[in-house]
Design a protein. Structure first.
Length: 104
């Protein structure tokens, strides 16, 4: 953990020179001697506080599977009426996923 929270003028100048920053650049800066005592999160926070452009990585667009979807898949795999498996909706997603993996 860093005990000093002040950034030198040289550090801020380097942040500005690396603009626009992203996580990879912040991680690379943290590995340099100039920023050796700083964490990646600290570097990103400082850049934002100095209004230096920071580009957030795009999150992967993965479809969200609901418990209802899992129960319907389990019912289809068992050739059962999904209404007869309503009690499974109270199970955890992890349990339903494990059940589906063992059925398939």
């Amino acid at each position: 953990m860093t005990t000093s929270t002040s950034y030198t003028a040289a550090m801020i100048a380097e942040l500005k020179a690396q603009s626009p920053l992203n996580h990879a650049k912040a991680k690379a800066l943290a590995a340099t001697p100039l920023f050796a005592t700083r964490s990646v999160k600290s570097i990103i926070a400082k850049a934002k506080s100095e209004q230096i452009e920071y580009v957030v990585a795009a999150r992967p667009n993965t479809p969200k599977i609901t418990k209802a979807d899992l129960v319907a898949s389990i019912a289809a795999s068992l050739d059962a009426d999904s209404g007869s498996l309503d009690g499974l909706r109270g199970a955890t997603t992890a349990a339903l996923t494990a059940l589906m993996a063992n059925i398939a």
